[in-house]
Design a protein around this ligand. Structure first.
Ligand code: AR6
Length: 173
């Protein structure tokens, strides 16, 4: 899988699937989720609530992912995943890694070949950017997937640099 990095707004990306940095109730909130629901329109929210009712009445657990339509966005699907709320525990990295793995597994089920990821958990959920970048890049580099291109869409230069540096510095194992 190719891994690319770009500065920008994830709602503007023309890809098969966009990843949403969601919360367990799949409510819009702020940040990426707010932008996706605002730009994508109500069909995304409606499908989110249907998926929760049918499959996750207690909410979508952190580290898991589900797909919905992408409404008015220039993508076919939105893949919603719930990152860890950062508390400095070892589990935080495991959950953040699981988010990336789960999103790629859902993308494979959908047949999505191009997927755009935001910097999951680094906003409202408080994950330090450099540490999140290392986990995200390692999860993507080691993934077993049919996705051909993962694009990390970063919202500011500082975050873009952190993810690019993590990619340059990545070593297996
Ligand atoms: N495109 C790309 N990146 C963005 C965009 C955008 N339009 N908007 C913000 N970012 P966050 P989290 C960056 O807070 O930490 C929501 O309320 C942002 O600068 O969206 O996983 C949800 O409903 C940061 O670097 O996600 C949840 O309750 C990164 O995306 C909660 O926040 C992630 O920030 C999830 O928090």
């Amino acid at each position: 899988m190719d891994i690319e990095f770009t500065l920008g707004d994830i709602t503007q990306q023309s890809v098969d699937a966009l990843v949403n940095a969601a919360n367990s109730q799949l409510q819009p909130g702020a940040g990426v989720a707010g932008a996706i629901h605002a730009a994508g329109g109500p069909s995304i929210y409606d499908e989110c609530q249907g998926v929760l009712r049918e499959s996750y009445p207690q909410g979508l657990p952190p580290g898991q992912a589900v797909a919905t339509n992408a409404g008015l966005l220039p993508a076919r699907w939105v893949i919603h995943t719930v990152g860890p709320i950062y508390k400095g525990r070892p589990e935080d990295a495991e959950v953040l890694r699981a988010c990336h793995v789960s999103c790629l597994a859902v993308a494979d089920e959908l047949g999505a070949e191009t997927v755009a990821f935001p910097a999951i958990s680094t906003g409202v959920y408080g994950y330090p950017v450099d540490a999140a970048a290392e986990v995200a890049v390692d999860a993507l580099r080691t993934a077993d997937t049919r996705v051909s291109t993962a694009t990390l869409v970063l919202f500011d230069e500082r975050t873009l640099d952190a993810y690019r540096d993590a990619h340059r510095g990545w070593t297996p194992g």
